[in-house]
Design a protein around this ligand. Structure first.
Ligand code: AMP
Ligand code: FES
Ligand code: ZN
Ligand code: ZN
Length: 313
């Protein structure tokens, strides 16, 4: 198998692109795909400060690595969720990456900052761990981005993730979510801009990128997320992709190009009128936001009137 670009020995074949790449040209291919995504969706510009949410997994560490390689000003944000051994190990990978690449890293530990962790918080608030976790992560992403005056928050969601979410939303006709599938959500109502620069790259490419670039990452999945329904959607899409290479990307990008804006109205109608949370100042449809209620039920320290959030537009 030869590299499509230089005819040297290839390390990976990408059927979807009908191409094979050597190590050097594979890294370049991945970086080009990310640069193209940033440009196509107008995610951010050189000089913007980007906060990359890093879990210690392959996708977010690769995203951080690629953005830095492309010359963007990318700071990492790691959230200590308090999920036992899994969180300890993931933190070690993130801290090791930051040290090795001399990259700035912000760490927010839920127990230290808010007095709860995901297993305890989920129990106390009678939420599933993934729901308590998603709520906590979203709040911390927003708060850290506003506090640090970052221009955008980037996450490591890849093509497989986004196609699986789209598949689920189409299967169940969650039309209000179909209007929010874009890999860039503009800043609004005190929420920072959110971007997903890896949507042109799949899971297999991200794992290969980390191996080729020498990035160590946590391979284990979160122990609390077992049975996640998106896994079935991913498996179904992988079957389709195997029989018809490129189908996954056609499904996702075809939707964005041809259909997404038809659901704008429903996404807008589903948006609640937002005021400010009385306790933390974050945008919220009710007096006390869902995050502060979670923290309170979990017996932790509720953040009181964070001035930066209060003042946020
Ligand atoms: P998940 O919700 O686990 O599918 O992760 C989606 C994205 O959220 C990842 O690609 C990361 O960008 C981000 N993320 C997940 N866990 C963490 C964490 N503990 N700290 C910071 N960012 C995270
Ligand atoms: Fe959120 Fe596991 S990472 S519940
Ligand atoms: Zn090559
Ligand atoms: Zn609040």
């Amino acid at each position: 198998m030869k590299c499509t670009v230089c005819r040297g020995p290839a390390v990976i074949d990408l059927r979807r692109h009908n191409a094979n790449f050597c190590a050097e040209h594979f890294l370049k291919f991945c970086r080009d795909q990310v640069e193209r995504t940033i440009d196509d969706f107008d995610m951010f510009a050189p000089g913007d400060r980007v906060l990359v949410a890093v879990s210690g997994g392959k996708d977010s560490l690769a995203a951080w690595h690629i953005l830095r390689h492309l010359g963007y000003d990318a700071t990492g944000l790691y959230i200590g969720l308090g999920i036992g051994e899994y969180s300890d190990t993931s933190h070690r990978y993130v801290a090791a990456f930051a040290a090795e690449h001399d990259a700035p890293l912000i760490t927010v530990d839920l127990r230290e900052r808010y007095g709860y962790d995901i297993p305890g918080g989920a129990r106390a608030a009678r939420r599933t761990p993934c729901s308590a976790c998603g709520l906590s992560k979203r709040h911390v992403f927003d708060e850290a981005a506003i506090e640090g005056a970052f221009d955008a928050v980037a996450t490591g969601h890849n093509l497989d993730d986004e196609a699986a979410v789209l598949f689920g939303n189409v299967l169940h006709w969650h039309t209000e979510y179909l209007g929010r599938q874009s890999p860039v959500l503009a800043a609004r109502d005190g929420f920072p801009r959110k971007v997903k620069p890896l949507v042109r790259l799949g899971e297999r490419e991200m794992a290969a990128y980390c191996i080729v670039a020498g990035i160590d990452y946590i391979v284990d999945e979160c122990p609390m997320a077992r049975g996640n329904r998106h896994l079935h959607y991913k498996a179904a899409l992988n079957d389709i992709e195997a029989a018809s290479p490129g189908a996954k990307a056609d499904f996702y990008f075809g939707f964005l190009r041809r259909a997404a804006d038809r659901f704008d109205g429903e996404a807008e109608a589903g948006r609640e009128q937002l005021g400010r949370c009385d306790t933390c100042g974050a945008p919220s449809p009710v007096e006390r936001c869902a995050f502060c209620r979670l923290v309170e039920r979990a017996g932790g320290a509720v953040p009181v009137n964070a001035p930066t959030l209060r003042g946020a537009k």
